[in-house]
Design a protein around this ligand. Structure first.
Ligand SMILES: Cc1cc2nc3c(=O)[nH]c(=O)nc-3n(C[C@H](O)[C@H](O)[C@H](O)COP(=O)(O)OP(=O)(O)OC[C@H]3O[C@@H](n4cnc5c(N)ncnc54)[C@H](O)[C@@H]3O)c2cc1C
Length: 335
């Protein structure tokens, strides 16, 4: 189906992006990271290559999405042993590809899988890794990467001293864009004596019953903070979200309190959102939170404190008890 290319003949010096394809599902974050990487590749006059490790070619759903991507080429490594994520085997395969293709850069989406693989591969290659990058730019022929640091209070600009440049890219930090030309598709052939073995044995796979959140792509986000006082009141945000067709977001302290799962945390340690409408109930608006929602089109803040930072950055502020305002809003919308 695709052009087959032996690993030792891979073109060298390009930008590789790890494509997350797990249990037959493409993770859209792999397409998101192509947006900044395409600009980087063009500025450096390099090709952008999206790389997938998969169990079988028949597993590829979403091929149309992949064909529309910004990648110049898409490479697949296909082996039944890659069907399940085995970190040690994936690391070895990726390290072999890097050794053969000597890329200029290797980037991962900061998903759970990306965050597990990137440091392992960096360790295997003995190179540095820049974690949770949310901005990339080329200056003087070098990739400059930014990420929040020192308690997320400053933005650090980093340049890799080792090669390839490696980084994980924050989720939701970039929008998916599509390319004008269909990428070339290639299957990478490994030597016959390559060992596909792993120390990990997958005995059974039980999918989580939890519904995955669509927070990073939601058009409306209703978000809650400590001002909602307790888990019961916080849970009312789900009723509001249901009515508005919104997703529920949260601040870090309320996730740590166990009012809601951590996947709903917005901010430097969580997800970046860019909805048309963001409503924050009882949220102070600390920098660590606002970097994850500041690009929302219309911000509504509900707070007792008229001087709270989120109130100051909001397009519309309601000064009052968030619990009462939430109750009234629900009553009104339900009627
Ligand atoms: C390294 C690091 C990383 C972090 N990462 C994140 C992150 O990713 N995301 C994140 O959110 N935070 C993060 N934080 C925490 C962040 O600094 C703030 O502490 C947090 O965002 C504050 O959450 P909050 O607004 O819910 O609580 P608070 O700051 O306590 O604010 C509560 C707000 O509710 C208001 N209020 C009180 N009662 C009522 C009421 N009855 N009705 C209406 N309003 C009321 C108060 O006036 C106040 O403005 C991080 C911190 C560190 C150090």
């Amino acid at each position: 189906m695709f052009e087959r290319i032996n690993i030792e003949n891979l073109p060298k010096g390009n930008i590789l992006a790890f494509g997350e394809f797990y249990r037959n599902e493409l993770n859209n974050s792999s397409l998101e990271i192509l947006s900044p990487l395409k600009e980087v590749a063009q500025a450096l006059n390099k090709k952008l290559i999206l790389l997938f490790l998969i169990g079988s070619l028949e597993d590829i759903k979403n091929l149309e999405e992949i064909k529309k991507s910004l990648a110049d080429e898409v490479w697949f490594v296909v082996n039944n042993e890659l069907k399940d994520l085995k970190d040690d085997l994936y690391t070895e395969v990726l390290a072999q590809i890097v050794k053969s293709s000597q890329p200029y850069g290797l980037f991962f989406p900061a998903t759970k899988i990306g965050m597990s693989l990137a440091p392992r591969v960096a360790g295997a290659l003995k190179v540095g890794l820049c974690a949770h990058v949310n901005y990339l730019k080329v200056k003087d022929n070098q990739i400059i990467m930014s990420r929040p640091t020192y308690g997320e209070n400053i933005i650090a600009k980093l340049v890799s001293k080792s090669s390839p440049v490696m980084a994980t890219i924050s989720l939701g930090a970039f929008n998916i864009k599509y390319g004008e030309r269909e990428p070339l598709m290639k299957e990478i052939i490994f030597p016959e004596n390559f060992s596909w073995s792993s120390k990990l044995k997958i005995r059974n796979f039980i999918p989580s019953k939890k519904k995955l959140t669509k927070l990073s792509t939601a058009k409306i986000v209703v978000s809650g903070g400590r001002g909602l006082k307790n888990k019961e009141t916080f849970q009312k945000l789900f009723e509001l979200a249901e009515i508005l067709g919104a997703e529920v977001g949260a601040t870090r302290p309320v996730c740590y309190e166990g009012w809601v799962e951590e996947e709903r945390m917005i901010g430097v340690s969580g997800v970046t959102v860019k909805p048309k409408i963001y409503i924050g109930f009882g949220i102070s608006g600390a920098l660590q939170h606002t970097v994850g929602m500041e690009n929302s089109e219309f911000i509504i803040a509900v707070n007792t404190d008229k001087d709270a930072p989120l109130v100051k950055m909001a397009n519309l502020a309601l000064i009052g008890d968030a619990r009462k305002i939430l109750e009234l809003l629900l009553k009104k919308l339900k009627s």
